[in-house]
Design a protein around this ligand. Sequence first.
Ligand code: HOZ
Length: 426
Amino acid sequence: MTNHNQQLFDASLKVIPGGVNSPVRAFRSVGGTPLFFQRGQGAYVWDAEGKRYTDYVGSWGPMIVGHCHPEVVKAVQDAAAKGLGFGAPTEGELEIAELLCKLLPSLEMVRLVSSGTEATMSAIRLARGFTGRSRIVKFEGCYHGHSDGLLVKAGSGALTFGQPSSSGVPAEIAALTTVLDYNDAEGLERAFAEFGHEIAAVIVEPVAGNMNLVAPHPAFLQALRKLCTQHGSVLILDEVMTGFRVGLQGAQGHYHIQPDLVTLGKVMGGGLPAAAFGGRRDIMQCLAPLGSVYQAGTLSGNPLAVAAGLATLKLVQAPGFYEHLIELATELTIGLTIAARKHGVPFCAQSVGGMFGLYFSNNLPTSYQEVMSCDKLSFNRFFHAMLEHGVYLAPSAYEAGFVSAAHTVADIEATIAAADKVFTNW
Ligand code: HOZ
């Protein structure tokens, strides 16, 4: 009898390109049939066959309080009962804007959008409008959504499928994006020495989470800040993934780095489509209707998304929330490493706040090149073996993983025990 996931996938293939609405979901990197999810609760998700998995994807980050947290669900239900959308200002938008500015001191003003891609593309346009310059700098393996100028040597799905630069992006547009090596402070110095006066913005994931997880060298972050200030370029920290994920003040608080602009998404929408960009008042005031940089959206500040975001942001402010998340992620990465090493499997792992990376390698990677030299086939084998044991990891060796506050120590121990079994028969 055909598996129900397979039936749904076969039908989807006929009407949706690749059967999915976002490429990494297709399982092409790891092979096999994608799971179709029916529902989620806390740390668990159930597929179309009714099989339960402990979820370490968390909708790619947003589900920091677990699936269907009662307070988040109630907030969305209450908002829905009052109206699904107005395309006009609401009090909730003011509330979340004030909260974001309070939690992240680098935000003097903020604008809401609906996705991380919108946030980053709008921040880039704003930086160009503010500086009057065209060139932007990004880092190989970092992913900032799928707008043209940012889809150059990108991470996530682009990297997963070996097409880090997309066709359909005009060469003229890609030429305005300079790509440098992540964590290479000297390369950055050289680039600024050569064409610093042309650089509108440098955009960076302060913890790279779209080429597996690569932690930043403090010297790299410091060089970014110093050089952008010296050359009048806008430093954009893309905290779509790290915001409210590595700590209440995101990576900027964790590493003490002051950005000019910040992009947010995922956790701040609590699982619904809310995202934002914000930062220095003098830059943000260049946006229409105050200034000449245009940006707009019918769904921007949608009341349901705002309600989910506000409820989630309230929960993450509970005392001890991040300490607990960090404990879980640390226990998971240490436990998996011990299990692998015990059986002689070259493996290591690390976490920053509530996000983690798993590597089939003896050393933690610090660059795109080092990520590329990890053993991808072993990851794929591990992914499927863990799936068999009811553990859902990201279906790609080039994505970070996420824990939620709904995971329990027992969940983490069960995951480590499953990995131990997998590595025993490696
Ligand atoms: N770009 C996301 C991972 N970093 C994947 C989004 C999705 O497939 O939902």
